[in-house]
Design a protein around this ligand. Structure first.
Ligand SMILES: [Zn+2]
Length: 381
């Protein structure tokens, strides 16, 4: 396979030894709260592994969608990752059977050999090869949870669910997780940003209060926000398709998902913006101040310096990690971290309004900022 034949570059970069954001409730002591979720191609694994070392992040490696990945492929991938990081203990491998046009949906057998192969390769926890769990499919939910529990191994049971579970059935979902008593990961399907829906964030906050540790995978900035609300970990995708789980297109509709425009994380706006939008608004007087980034890649430049996906990736993950450690703060209580995000979110919403009024360009703040703002206010009411 071409992937395995690609030589691993020598490890010639310096880890920053940055302080880690520690979740209030850890899967195990010392596990990084935040992970990079990357594709399992040779290039992406090496690039993701470097970022994990430099920024003290965990890794989630996602296999191609909708197929049962081979155990050989799993071992090759973890070997390539470990050649850079020297350690795969904080890594999870996502079989990704729940995504894409050929996805497995509804009750389905989990493969204990998939779990054992991850553990044998040195992971502290293995991620189950779960099916997609449609809204209200309690048979799929309970069978996935009970199979994971009955493996009696160090597993995180992946729960790739419709966002409607969080919107309408959060209480039942949390009870099912509590009954199973195993750590779980939520992968939430939605046509755009599930965390832009107020009722979904409210449901998520409820489910994060389950007794076993709950992680949030295949996500964006909401993976960071979820930590002080009780998540044991969160994974941020390197590209749009790994920051979301899109529903299948309606029968007869062409294509799936949405056109993948390259987007860049803008720290002062707390949101991803497409490169086109950044290039447009940066030309207006007074606007560049909102587009400055102080991450270790940008070093105070404005984000119109980013012109391709590779740069967007490198900057975005670093900047999000730095936001987590410096703005939320590693030494603070979860309550103070929630307040810090609440205040940062309000500033970002104001910045959007200011950009719109001073440029005339429609510039709406992303809905997840509003949804987390209300979640904070409800929790502190
Ligand atoms: Zn940057």
């Amino acid at each position: 396979m071409a992937d395995a034949a690609t030589p691993t570059p020598p490890v010639s970069f310096a880890p920053t030894r940055r302080a880690r954001l520690v979740p209030g409730r850890e899967l195990y002591a010392g596990r990084p709260a935040l992970s990079v979720q990357m594709e399992a191609t040779a290039t992406e694994v090496v690039r993701g592994a470097r970022l994990c070392v430099e920024s003290a992040l965990g890794g989630v490696i996602t296999m191609p969608s909708g197929r049962q990945p081979s155990l050989e492929r799993l071992t090759e991938t973890l070997t390539a990752f470990g050649a850079v990081t020297g350690d795969v203990s904080d890594t999870l491998v996502d079989a990704n059977r729940y995504a894409g046009k050929k996805r497995i949906s509804g009750p389905s057998s989990l493969d204990v050999a998939w779990v054992d192969a991850q553990l044998r390769n040195g992971q502290r926890y293995a991620l189950t090869d779960s099916p997609y769990i449609p809204d209200g499919d309690f048979a799929a939910l309970n069978s996935t949870l009970s199979q994971g529990r009955d493996m009696r191994r160090a597993v995180v049971v992946n729960l790739p669910i419709s966002y409607l579970w969080l919107k309408n059935r959060a209480r039942e979902l949390r009870e099912a997780i509590n009954r199973a008593g195993v750590p779980v990961a939520l992968t939430v399907e939605h046509a755009s940003d599930s965390m832009g829906v107020q009722a979904v964030v409210r449901g998520l906050v409820h489910v994060l209060g389950a007794e076993p540790p709950v992680l949030l995978l295949r996500c964006d900035a909401s993976a960071v926000v979820a930590i002080p609300y009780g998540a044991a970990g969160g994974a941020i995708g390197t590209k749009t398709s790994l920051r979301h789980l899109y529903p299948l297109p309606a029968p007869g509709a062409k294509g799936g998902g949405r056109p993948a425009r390259v987007a860049v994380w803008v720290p002062r706006l707390l949101s991803y913006k497409s490169l086109e939008v950044v290039a447009d608004v940066v030309q207006y007087p007074g606007i560049p101040q909102y587009l400055v980034c102080d991450c270790t890649s940008c070093d105070g430049l404005t984000l119109d310096r980013v012109t391709d996906e590779a740069q967007a990736y490198d900057h975005s993950l670093r900047a999000l990690m730095e936001f987590a450690t410096t703005r939320l703060g590693v030494e603070r209580s979860p309550a103070l971290q929630r307040l810090a995000f609440y205040e940062a979110g309000k500033s970002a919403q104001f910045a959007h309004m200011d950009i719109e009024s001073s440029t005339g360009v429609p510039f709406e703040a992303p809905a997840f900022l509003g949804a987390w703002k209300v979640a904070y206010e409800e929790l502190n009411a």
